[in-house]
Design a protein around this ligand. Sequence first.
Ligand SMILES: O=C(O)CCC(=O)C(=O)O
Ligand SMILES: [Fe+2]
Length: 211
Amino acid sequence: MDFQGSLFGGLAPTAYADGVPPLRGRVERRHLGDGAWIDVARDWLATAADEVAAAMVADVPWRAERRPMYDRVVAVPRLLHTYGAGEDLPHPALVAAREQLSAHYRDELGEPFVTAGCCFYRDGDDSVAWHGDTIGRGSTHDTMVAIVSFGDPRRLALRRRGGGPSTGVVMAHGDLVVMGGSCQRTWEHAVPKVAHAGPRLSVQFRPAGVF
Ligand SMILES: O=C(O)CCC(=O)C(=O)O
Ligand SMILES: [Fe+2]
C-alpha cells in the first residue's frame, strides 16, 4: 500500500511536475548528539536547480544588511531577503518543495513550514558566523530548519554550542539539509569563508515563530 500517497492524496505527483521528486526514501538522518540531528537528501531539487537559481538571482529583492559590531557598523557578508507566510516565492519548485517538506515532516514537526529566508553568498568571502536560529522558539523548543541550496557547493559547519570540534555537510546544487531536534539550541551552525567559490543561494524554510 502506498501509505504516504494515501495520506497526502495526490500531493507528490503534482509536486513532481514542478521538478520536485518525492522526499520519501531519499533522506538520510545523522544524529549529532544532545538530541540534535540533520537530514540530508542529495540532489533533491536537481532538475529545477538551474532555473530556481536564475530566478532567485534575478527576482529576489536582495538587501545588504549592516549591523553594529563593537564600536563600528559592518556590512553583513551576504545578501538577504525573507518571504513571510503567504508571500509568493520566486519559483514554483520552491512552493512544491515547501509543501513536500510540510507533508514529509508533518508527524514529527507537528506544524507546516511557512517562511522562506533567502541568502545570496556572492563569492567565497560571503559567509555566516557561528549561530543558532534562536530568535524565537528555537531557543527553547525542538524545531526544524530545512535548507535547499543552489549554485556552488559550500560547507554547513556544525559544532556543539560554545565550541569544540566541528563537523558538517557540504551543500551542493539541489541538495536538501534539514536541521532538526534540538539543533538550534544545543548546536551552532556556520557557513565559513573559503578561498574560492562562485555564487551560492540558500533557501531556509522555517515554521512560524522560528527565526
Ligand atoms: O546559508 C545557509 O544555508 C544557512 C544560513 C543560516 O544559517 C541562516 O541564515 O540562519
Ligand atoms: Fe542559521
